[in-house]
Design a protein. Structure first.
Length: 482
């Protein structure tokens, strides 16, 4: 199914500014749909004398008219004339009688979408009349606000370009609606909105009072207040703000109501987001705790590494010194990974930032008189923290083995190349040493055993040793990082 952008490119003859205007309308027209209890269908000229549906919105406050999405459908021939009249005259066309669709009637209003003084599309507002609904006070106010917004659409005053984008916890019509006049005085508040205000501790009645004044009376003295809050509560700008008071968090979104550029009032949508904010604070606390744990693990590992280094210096047995030095290097490698994890709140690690450091640790086993050069080619990218330690230890061991066995502590080059496709990673550790003798395997030392175990068990991959094309040894590791 084609989306709005594809349909406009295929059928529309609109300027980039007009295309962007329609995108802004579709982003924000859920408010109109919910207030009018109606489906909204955006019709654009198809270039062949008819119209094609470019977007469709269903109400969350009522019964939909269309069970199937109508995007991409062409308007029936019998309705083209009225649609063309709405587009050419630039005036809202109200249906004089219901249109029957199957077993129920539909009331349809055609609202021209105006941008910079020119009607560029038609927004059809279709209400299902099959469900009898008593004209409650809430419905009367909702429909009146919907009519105001449709009139703004027909004058090119809605959507409002300064309106905030989608925010987490942003209020919708069903969460609560308040209508204020141009002075910020409350004219109507829905039951859900009043429930939010009661949680803030505001008394009844709210109608007839300045919303900004009664809200400010409940704000704690030492609390931090969003500087945009007064502007939102007075309905002076299309923006969103939030109040945190006495353990309750309420977010407000303002939609100014204008008539030929003059502000006539505003719609204030209200939502209690206390539970969302509590969960966010819990997640932040959890992230901070995890980072602190990684930091302490890193410190403890560095202490163990230092103790192993001291013990190696005190030993006079070469085999013991070598074993302790290798253990110290492995512990230091794991510490580097935890240091990186302690500095991020995500569950992934930029492995390329670690690669240079862990290769340097591995190259420290080379003798001072040898000249070993290490190079990194390609990029690994972001790696899940669950496998970062295992992958770091594997690279460290392979580079150390290349220096110790491939180059035999002599001068040479060790290259680490990486190629990644999605979650599949291919690593090569290549040295330009003597290489493997014919029929000779990779050995069975502790480092090789560690690498085989980690690759098979932790990284769900494979490893193989072969001769390098330019001489030396090429160790290939395939792992899955998902």
């Amino acid at each position: 199914m084609a989306n709005l952008g594809e349909i406009l490119r295929e059928h529309g003859q609109l300027s980039p500014i007009e295309v962007e205007w329609l995108h802004l309308l579709v982003v924000d027209w859920q408010v109109v749909s919910d207030l009018s209890f109606s489906d909204l269908v955006l019709w654009v000229d198809d270039g062949d004398g008819g119209f094609v549906a470019a977007a469709h919105c269903r109400p969350s406050t009522g019964v939909t008219v269309h069970q199937d999405d109508v995007v991409g459908d062409h308007l029936p021939h019998g309705r083209v004339e009225q649609m063309r009249r709405a587009l050419s005259e630039g005036m809202i066309q109200h249906s004089t009688e219901p249109r029957w669709t199957g077993s129920y009637a539909v009331r349809e209003d055609l609202v021209p979408v105006v941008c910079n003084g020119r009607a560029i599309a038609v927004m059809a507002r279709e209400a299902n009349l099959g469900i009898a609904r008593s004209p409650s006070r809430l419905e009367v106010n909702y429909l009146a606000l919907a009519d105001d917004l449709c009139s703004m659409v027909s004058r090119g005053e809605f959507p409002q370009t300064s309106a905030p984008g989608a925010r987490r916890g942003g209020p919708r019509v069903g969460d609560g609606i308040v209508r204020i006049d141009s002075d910020g005085v409350v004219m109507y508040a829905s039951p859900n909105a009043m429930s939010c205000f009661h949680r803030l501790g505001l008394p009844d009645p709210l109608v007839g009072k300045v919303l900004a004044s009664v809200i400010s009376s409940r704000i704690e003295v030492h609390s931090t207040v969003d500087e945009s809050l007064p502007v939102v509560l007075m309905g002076r700008a299309a923006w969103q703000s939030e109040v945190d008071s006495h353990g309750v968090s309420v977010t407000f979104r303002a939609i100014p109501l204008t008539e030929y550029g003059q502000r006539r009032g505003a719609i204030i949508m209200v939502r209690d987001v206390s539970e969302i904010r509590i969960r966010e604070r819990e997640l932040m606390s959890k992230d901070a705790t995890i980072r602190e744990i990684h930091h302490r693990v890193k410190n403890n590992l560095q202490t163990v590494s230092a103790l192993l280094r001291l013990q190696a210096r005190r030993s006079e047995v070469p085999e013991v010194k070598t074993a302790l030095a290798e253990a110290q290097r492995r512990v230091a490698t794991i510490a580097v990974v935890h240091e990186n994890l302690s500095q991020t709140a995500t569950e992934t690690v930029n492995f390329d930032e670690l690669l240079d450091r862990i290769i340097s640790l591995a190259a420290d086993v080379a003798r001072q008189e040898s000249r070993v050069v290490t190079r990194v080619e390609g990029a690994v990218g972001m790696v899940p923290s669950a496998v970062a330690t295992s992958l770091a230890v594997v690279v460290t061991e392979l580079v150390s083995n290349a220096i110790e066995h491939g180059l035999s502590y002599q001068s040479g080059v060790v290259r680490v190349t990486a190629r990644r496709e999605g979650d599949d990673l291919e690593l090569h550790v290549i040295d330009d040493g003597a290489g493997l003798e014919k029929g000779e395997g990779p050995g069975s030392g502790l480092g090789t055993q560690i690498v085989r175990t980690l690759v098979a068990a932790e990284l769900r991959g494979t490893i193989g040793w072969s001769e390098s094309a330019g001489g030396g040894t090429d160790v290939t590791v395939h792992v899955h990082l998902g």
